[in-house]
Design a protein around this ligand. Structure first.
Ligand code: M6R
Length: 610
């Protein structure tokens, strides 16, 4: 999704804006731009380009931007209009005095555009965003903050906004409704950004702008107002994570680094959430009595988080005996789910900014449900809007393909299942303690798999030429198959389907021939024999099989072309362990095909629009 960075202070804005914008590259974008109020002539200057920030930097090397102490910059992920220079941000008003950057979608832009055109405002782009610049200009009576406040009253949709004006070189205005925006508080300088990593090397003091707030930043002051103009005291948070967390630290990609971080993330989570052999879920904000009263859990999530929710369904139903429903968030909000006050909504999201998941949560709250979220980003919209939040604390996830956030979400599902199971007396103290013991061994299993990554790379390379992949799993590893397929298609662009293996004969078997590869998730399981039957059916049709199997399973050799072994673990916990080899298969195939692993085409890290 689009990324915004703004600066006001005593330093030259452009280099700061470009280096901070680079830290938002992971969000996904197709064009970019920067604009400042120049010191030399007091005028607005801007440069934009289609393509990467490096391209913009090269343009600025040839024709440097004049020094300016206030500026805004943007990476655009096209929604309205192609990824062209004209559609890139910043957008200027007709006088060329006002410059804006926008993230989100203005739903009533057509109507506003027609009205402004009738008044003689010329439009040069196909975007919805350009109307904002002209609208502010049309309402500007000399007070930029007031003009922005009036303009946003007229906008429907979602926005994070940064606005500068040559008439007010001492001000940077920001506003937020439905799209993330944070403020960085520095010493004689202040920043706005779409996400914390952008400005982490400049300041750790962060104000999370909330929906319906407008901010006026000057170099040494910050004022926040609600949309009606009432002033609000800013709450400054100090961000805990270090700069290392947003750097590759010697790994060739963030995705590979994040895959390697999983043992540490899981052991950190387990040691903070398990005390005296009991699960402690601080942040849940529900009393034991309320938890006991829950008779239905409903998970809402998108993409990888949805797959974590699917595993959660198996886990919670098995451990707590509570029925679990699950919807992708975009479906939940447009149908009539059967939910009530006894339904616990569990919203799962790495970013906490996914528009569909936020909308699902709002819908559920209107129906009187209690909402808890499993979320990675502290202070995100989802965390704020949920009644309780279980933070995964996996650290910033920069790679677009979610890896460590997924296993952290899975881990939280096990902890939630255990907590509910014990409270509802569905599982004994002994079973809970033994599962906790098994959970604690998972990080070391992941380390062992990482040690065998050279072998996984070899297998991935040998299979990277296949034009189509099928991923099969059963029972609790059916979601693992879905996740393996999603990972592969996201970063390798190879068509990949995830299926419950039992469904193979109901359609996907038609795909199988010697040109297809099938990844069979086949750890120790009650359905193991059934998986073997599926593998035989694939071999009979000359399909090539990569099996993920349990160490010591020699019998599988006669069925699979390649085998990746995982350590033997509790059957219920296998999704946590098989996730890592599936991630590595996708990673190495994408690398072999020369793809941009961390910023795959067309994808955005957090999907903040519908
Ligand atoms: O931030 P969220 O967890 O809400 O994001 C949900 C999906 O957009 C996300 O998991 C997406 O599917 C990833 N690219 C998967 O790797």
């Amino acid at each position: 999704m689009c990324g915004i960075v703004g600066y006001i202070g005593k330093k030259d804005a452009t280099p700061i804006l470009l280096s901070s914008l680079k830290r938002l590259e992971y969000r996904g974008y197709d064009s970019c731009g920067v604009g400042v109020v120049a010191q030399k002539d007091g005028k607005i200057h801007s440069k934009k380009t289609q393509g990467k920030i490096q391209g913009l930097t090269d343009i600025l090397k040839d024709k440097p931007m004049p020094t300016g102490f206030v500026g805004i910059s943007h990476t655009r992920w096209a929604t309205h209009g192609k990824p062209t220079k004209a559609n890139a941000h910043p957008h200027a008003d007709k006088t060329g005095k006002i410059l804006i950057v926008h993230n989100g979608i203005i739903e009533n832009y057509q109507e506003i555009k027609e009205a402004l055109k009738a008044k003689g405002y010329p439009f040069v782009s196909e975007t919805d965003s350009e109307v904002i610049a002209h609208l502010i200009s049309s309402l500007d009576k000399g007070d930029l903050l007031e003009a922005v406040q009036k303009a946003i009253q007229k906008l429907n949709g979602s926005f994070a906004l940064g606005v500068i004006s040559s008439d007010h070189p001492d001000k940077l205005i920001a506003a937020r409704l439905g799209s993330p925006l944070i403020i960085g508080v520095g010493c004689n300088e202040n920043f706005i950004a779409s996400d914390v990593p952008a400005i982490l090397d400049r300041t750790r003091k962060i104000v999370y702008l909330r929906d319906g707030e407008v901010a006026e930043l000057q170099k040494s002051s910050l004022k926040i107002f609600d949309f009606k103009g009432k002033q609000i005291k800013p709450k400054v948070h100090t961000v805990a994570f270090k700069l290392d967390a947003v750097q590759k630290e010697g790994f060739s990609h963030f995705m590979l680094k994040e895959i390697h971080e999983q043992p540490k993330v899981l052991s950190g989570m387990l040691s903070s959430r398990i005390k005296n052999k009991k699960v402690h879920l601080e942040g849940l904000s529900l009393t034991d009595k309320q938890l006991k009263g829950i008779n239905h859990v409903f998970v809402v999530a998108c993409g990888t988080a949805y797959h974590a929710g699917l595993v959660g369904k198996y886990v919670i139903e098995q451990l707590a005996g509570v029925p679990v429903s699950i919807d992708v968030s975009s479906e939940f909000r447009y149908r009539t789910p059967i939910i009530n006050k006894k339904t616990l909504i569990v919203a799962v999201s790495q970013s906490g900014e996914t528009a569909d998941t936020l909308a699902a949560v709002r819908e559920a709250k209107l129906k009187g449900c209690k909402v808890i979220s499993i979320c990675n980003v502290v202070g995100s919209s989802l965390a704020r809007e949920s009644h309780g939040v279980l933070y995964t604390h996996a650290g910033p996830e920069i790679g677009v393909a979610s890896t460590k956030a997924y296993t952290a979400q899975l881990c939280m599902m096990y902890l939630l299942g255990l907590k509910l199971g014990v409270l509802k007396k569905k599982i004994s103290k002994g079973r809970s303690e033994s599962l906790i013991k098994d959970l604690k061994r998972v990080p070391s299993f992941l380390m062992m798999i990482l040690k065998s990554k050279a072998k996984i790379r070899k297998i991935a390379r040998a299979n990277s030429h296949f034009g189509c992949f099928l991923f099969l799993g059963r029972n609790i590893n059916f979601p693992s198959a879905l996740e393996g397929a999603l990972k592969l298609k996201e970063i390798s662009y190879i068509p990949a389907e995830g299926y419950a293996a039992g469904e193979m004969k109901h359609g996907p078997i038609a795909l199988i021939d010697e040109y297809r590869a099938v990844v069979c998730v086949t750890p120790e399981a009650d359905t193991y024999e059934k998986m073997i039957s599926n593998m035989q059916e694939i071999r009979a049709r000359k399909g090539k099989i990569i099996a993920i199997a349990t160490e010591g399973d020699t019998a599988i050799k006669q069925h699979a072309n390649n085998i990746i072994y995982i350590p033997s673990t509790n059957k219920l916990l296998t999704p946590l362990v098989v996730a890592l080899p599936l991630q590595l298969i996708a990673y190495y195939i994408a690398v072999e095909r020369g793809n941009d692993v961390d910023q795959p085409r067309n994808l955005a890290k957090s999907v903040t629009v519908e």
